[in-house]
Design a protein. Structure first.
Ligand code: PLP
Length: 233
């Protein structure tokens, strides 16, 4: 059932990505990473994602990911953590996830650094920016993020590959665009001023706003509903 759905929704997604790129004068639609967000869907969704040719899946809770992982292994996919990470789950997270999108405090970054050192790894992360300023959202405010990003970049066992943001849940295109533009401005500043900031990825855009995010420079979209349908909880 998931595979049938993906055979329809994935080509649609690719067309929409392509069009959004074209509107923005971007010729790199193929290099935008699609993170297929499988949270609150069963393992079958992850298997179908792989069968449909997707390469990256996103989960938002360590515990849920772990249950799936322990049943099936990584299935040859890259697993990304897109949701908030508690410090006491860092050890488990580093075992499963190739990229953590949600580094939202210096304390968490330090905990990741420590655990990565113990595992003799370098953990790849994105710094989460709360570019909309909503109180309910995790992440550094766009105005004050630069200082902490400097400190996170200095951690020896952490590799900062870019930024992630979540826009507000709104259909207001102006608000969405401003959120992404603020993130983009911070991304450009980090890239220009920080040697240790690798600046490979801007993870922006979900089902409701990914086209605007792509127009504003996103390199990584996190898509659940548009691929797998509404989540049941
Ligand atoms: C659930 C989730 C998504 C996917 O949301 P959709 O609107 O279903 O595409 C993306 N990013 C994060 C951080 C999420 O928690």
């Amino acid at each position: 059932m998931y595979l049938e759905r993906l055979e329809r929704t994935l080509p649609e997604l690719r067309v929409r990505l392509e069009r959004a790129c074209r509107r923005a004068g971007r010729s790199d639609a193929d290099s935008i990473t699609v993170v297929a967000v499988t949270k609150s869907h069963p393992l079958a969704a992850i298997q179908a994602a792989r069968d449909a040719g997707l390469e990256v899946i996103g989960e938002s809770r360590v515990q849920e990911a772990q249950t799936k992982w322990e049943t099936a292994g990584d299935l040859g996919l890259n697993w990304h953590l897109v949701g908030h990470l508690q410090r006491n789950k860092v050890r488990h997270a580093l075992k499963m996830f190739e990229l953590i999108h949600s580094v939202d405090s210096l304390r968490l970054a330090v905990a990741i650094d420590k655990e990565a050192e113990r595992l003799r790894q370098r953990a790849s992360v994105l710094v989460q920016v709360n570019a909309s300023g909503e109180e309910s959202k995790y992440g550094f405010s766009a105005d004050t993020a630069f200082g902490p990003i400097v400190e996170i970049c200095a951690l020896e066992h952490v590799r900062v590959e870019g930024l992630m943001t979540m826009a507000p849940f709104t259909a207001d295109e102006v608000v969405l665009r401003e959120t992404f533009q603020r993130t983009r401005a911070l991304f450009d500043r980090c890239r220009n001023e920080l040697e240790m900031f690798e600046g490979r990825h801007m993870s922006m855009g979900m089902t409701n706003d990914f086209e605007i995010a792509v127009e504003e420079g996103s390199t990584m979209v996190r898509i659940g509903t548009a691929l797998f349908g509404e989540r049941v909880r």
